[in-house]
Unconditional design. Structure first.
Length: 433
């Protein structure tokens, strides 16, 4: 596969061969893979544990995040960025009770006035034992041509965490590197969840809750993007966190209304939402005042998504690819990726799915002027982490150890959007002219 030598990687010096890098710099943006509070060989370090015999003194999530952020800040300096230059942070946590402390501790590491936009979700399992959290980031480089700038929010209400915690723990929207990043938008105003969502509402079935919640979120997104000088039509990538995959039909109905033409690339992720929340959404938009233009990518050599989303969207040198599963959107799990039911113990479903997906991803990348060897950000949603070694072996075999991109891996809640598929990839590639 054609390789672009302009991508700069930073790796943990003690990580085993074939491990994903910590981060990759591609142009003005730095893509940071899922960071866990663990040593890459030894696992959970002693300094993140509570003192023996004192189980109620200290916070495990605080100790893990302090270890994580401290190590990460050192690595980020190697690719010309820092924790003060985060454009977007995504946090995946195991325990809901950790959320408050995880947000509070950010004040010690991020810019207090403009902490980065954030999305936080609860997942079932992470790939390191006893890890309680994983984060990944998109940063802008210190020497970027278009540096990170804050955006004054004029219409959208304050985030509810200001009332509950006392200060803004994340920004709602930020610009930089030719793009606009929003926070994960939920159906809340400054006081918390809207009354229509209350679990004790007297008419609980009056609304399709997912339609109601997503419309509210997209209306807020419109306001945030307008403050940043753009609109929903400039969106190049969207992520939807959904607690029940049967709600995709409601999502698609609303999505087609708000994105009737040239919708963004999109991934739908099965992640638990704390009731009454059913859905959370975020977007990356191209800055119309910047140097990049939005281009929809299509190829006959990869399946066409069933929902209102393209195969990919290109903006400048970045290719945002819609969620990739081993489906042809005709048979559920594609025949190529299916184990022969007569001989179920003579093939690996994970290997077949990864091969099928990687073939399609490379076709999409080539249509955008690059290849799968130039993927710079990879998030993997497994329904069973036991499949992880076999799927990763496919990537290493086809890309080589040195081209595995920064990676975040977790087990989500329940089935993927296509239930027979057990692996989904969320990818960004680099395609400079």
């Amino acid at each position: 596969m054609p390789v672009n030598s302009a991508v700069k990687y930073v790796r943990h010096q003690e990580a085993p061969a074939g491990s994903p890098p910590v981060a990759a710099r591609a142009g003005d943006l730095v893509f940071v893979g899922g960071q866990l509070p663990v040593h890459p060989v030894e696992g959970i370090p002693a300094e993140t544990l509570l003192s023996k015999g004192m189980p109620f003194h200290g916070s495990l999530i605080e100790k893990q995040l302090r270890y994580l952020y401290s190590n990460l800040d050192t690595h980020l300096a190697e690719v010309g960025t820092s924790l003060k230059k985060i454009m977007k942070i995504n946090s995946f946590q195991i325990h809901g009770e950790d959320i408050d402390m995880a947000l509070r501790i950010r004040r010690d590491w991020f810019d207090r006035e403009t902490p980065p936009p954030s999305t936080m979700g609860l997942v079932t399992e992470l790939p390191a034992r006893d890890a309680r959290v994983m984060i990944d980031l998109i940063n802008v480089a210190e020497d970027a041509n278009l540096p990170m700038t804050s955006v004054k929010v004029t219409k959208s209400p304050s985030i509810a965490q200001v009332k509950s915690i006392g200060w803004p723990v994340y920004s709602q929207v930020v610009k930089g590197g030719g793009f606009v990043f929003t926070r994960g938008t939920t159906t809340q105003n400054a006081n918390g969840p809207l009354p229509e969502m209350a679990l004790d509402h007297p008419f609980p079935y009056a609304l399709d809750q997912v339609e109601f919640q997503l419309r509210y979120q997209l209306d807020r997104m419109k306001e945030l993007l307008a403050d940043a000088g753009c609109s929903l039509s400039d969106a190049v990538k969207a992520e939807i966190l959904l607690s029940d995959m049967s709600d995709i039909v409601s999502v698609n109905k609303v999505w087609a209304e708000y994105f009737p033409v040239d919708p963004p690339a999109r991934v739908i992720v099965p992640i638990e939402k704390i009731p009454p929340m059913r859905i959370e959404s975020e977007v990356i938009a191209v800055d119309p005042n910047g140097p990049y233009k939005k281009e929809t990518i299509y190829t006959n050599d990869a399946p066409t998504p069933l929902g209102p989303e393209p195969q990919a969207v290109k903006a400048g040198p970045y290719v945002f690819i819609s969620g990739q599963m081993a489906t042809d959107y005709e048979s559920g799990l594609a025949p190529e990726a299916s184990v022969d039911p007569r001989f179920p113990n003579h093939a690996s479903s994970a290997k077949l799915q990864a091969q099928y997906i990687l073939k399609n991803v490379d076709a999409i990348c080539r249509a955008a002027g690059t290849s799968a060897a130039n993927i710079v950000k990879r998030r993997i949603h497994h329904t069973d982490l036991n499949e992880m070694p076999k799927a990763e072996a496919v990537w290493r075999s086809q890309l080589g150890d040195d081209r595995i991109p920064p990676t975040s891996t977790f087990r989500g809640m329940g089935p993927l959007p296509v239930p027979d598929c057990t692996i989904q990839y969320d990818l960004i590639a680099y395609a400079p002219d």
